[in-house]
Every structure is written in structure tokens, then in C-alpha cells.
Design a protein around this ligand. Sequence first.
Ligand SMILES: Nc1ncnc2c1ncn2[C@@H]1O[C@H](COP(=O)(O)OP(=O)(O)OP(=O)(O)O)[C@@H](O)[C@H]1O
Ligand SMILES: [Mg+2]
Length: 296
Amino acid sequence: MPLLAGRRAADHGATIRSMGNAAEARRSITDGAPGRRPVPEDEAAGGPLGGGAPEGGARTVGLSKVYGTGDMAVRALDNVSVVLPAGRFTAVMGPSGAGKSTLMHCVAGLDGATSGKVYVGGQELGALSDRRLTRLRRERIGFVFQAFNLLPTLTALDNITLPMTLAGTRPDREWLDTVVRVLRLGDRLTHRPSELSGGQQQRVALARALVTRPQIVFADEPTGNLDSRTGAEVLALLRGAVDDLGQTVAMVTHDPAAAARADAVVFLADGRVADVMDAPTADRVLDRMHGLGGLS
Ligand SMILES: Nc1ncnc2c1ncn2[C@@H]1O[C@H](COP(=O)(O)OP(=O)(O)OP(=O)(O)O)[C@@H](O)[C@H]1O
Ligand SMILES: [Mg+2]
């Protein structure tokens, strides 16, 4: 896929271009960014994605997730088969409790499936040892948690670079500076999370997910705590990363206008896929959400 072929490339490419040398960034993405492991031949061949997305993308096949047992059992996901195509921006919507966070956690390998399968770039997660799963998460996935999950004793900068500290690699200084600038964190880097507003903590969490240039970024309500200007900038950053860098993004949101920035919207209700909408608009998303029983 041509990296600049996204239908919104024209309007949002400027964001990423203003963030630094996009051509250079693209080259390092396509050639293998620092810290990213080369894709082995068996994965590059496409595996179960059928020649699909060695450089990114994910899918679930009949994924179910049950929390608890007996009377306490909650079926958070029920036979969910979805595709998060490589180099595309997919939004996930649905009423509270629909299973959105659970889906993100399972696809990102943070939580195991009860049944069904999850593939990331052709690799089935259930077939991996704990060690290889940890490595895949660290090297190929960026996750923005609904509750941020920042370490309270670390400064903002140390939180942002934590994935690299854990992996024993160094951040790409230019990209780190770019992310920090776009997320307007420059004057907050030495603060601890308790000294940051909710929106600032969210931006630190987002910076941490982006700084390694993972193949897939999962963002669970990344604009939920942001003022409208910063929220719009975060969406432009994600959109630009998809259009200009070929990044794969999956984002949970309750906001139809945010979902309209995606290439497609997956609607969940009661743990099932209720609908998938391509080329969403805010109005169509709003209508569909009303049909599913509300916006919360
Ligand atoms: N660790 C857990 N143990 C038991 N039940 C859980 C657990 N995590 C989630 N659930 C339940 O699974 C269902 C789906 O939860 P999930 O967090 O995925 O919903 P969500 O769509 O992200 O909702 P929200 O929009 O409120 O964030 C809910 O009924 C929730 O109570
Ligand atoms: Mg959630």
C-alpha cells in the first residue's frame, strides 16, 4: 500500500510532516525502525493472514473471553471475529461494558483468550511461549491504557522511555523530541504523574505508546480526558501516523467525531460485533450508536 495513499493524507499529512522529516521516518519504518526485530520469513510469508500483513495488522477469529466462573461468570467477548488491517485506523465503539477494553487487551496479548484465536502480523498469540509473547508485546505493540498505568515514582520522561529501558534499547532522539513536542509535554518531563493533570497523564501514556514506533498502537479512549484542542491534535497525530508512516492504529472511543477520523468503526454490543462501518461520518456513527442503546 502506498504510504501516502490514505484518503485523508492530503488534510492530515501536514501534521506529521510538521513533526519532523517524514521521508526519513517512513524509511526507518519500512526498513525496520530501531528496536524493531526483523520479521522472520515464515511470518513474512503471511501465515494465517493469507499473505497479509507481515508488518502489522491483527485479527481475531471466534474470540471469546469469560471472566470468573459459575454464577459469577461474565462473558465479556462472545465469538468475536474482527480484522484490524495493517496501515489502517480502526475505531472500536459500543456501550459501556460492551467488551471494548477486553478486546483491546486480548488482541494486544495483555490478556489470554478463553477460546478462539488472536493473530498479530500473522503470528498466533496462543502459540507463543510467555517469553516470546512478552517480546512481541514489547517490540511490536504500543498500548495506551484507559487508566493510563503510569508508574508513580518515575518522571514523565522516564515513563515515556520505560519500554526502551525495559528492552535495553535507546529511544530515537529525533522521534522522541517530535512526540514530546506534538503532545506538548516539553515542560512536564521532570514531573511525576501525581504532579500532572489527567490530560497530561494521558499524553504521557500516549507518548509512551508511540515512542517505540510499534507496528500496532492500541489506544483505549485516548482523548477521553483531553480538552478539545489537545484531543483534536492527538487524533491528527494518530491519523497522520497511519497515513504517513503506515502505522496500524486501533482506538476505543465514545466520541462519534473521533471515530469519524478512523477508516472503519467496529461496533460492539454485549460482547459481540454488532456492525462494521467503513468510511464513517460522525452522523452515521451517532445514528448507529443510538441504535445500539446509547452513547455511554
Ligand atoms: N477483570 C475482570 N473481571 C471480571 N469482569 C470483568 C473484568 N474486566 C471486565 N469485566 C467485565 O467484562 C465486561 C466488559 O468489560 P470492558 O471493560 O471490556 O467493557 P468496555 O466496553 O471497555 O466498557 P467501558 O466503555 O465502560 O470502558 C463488563 O461487564 C465488565 O464488568
Ligand atoms: Mg473500557
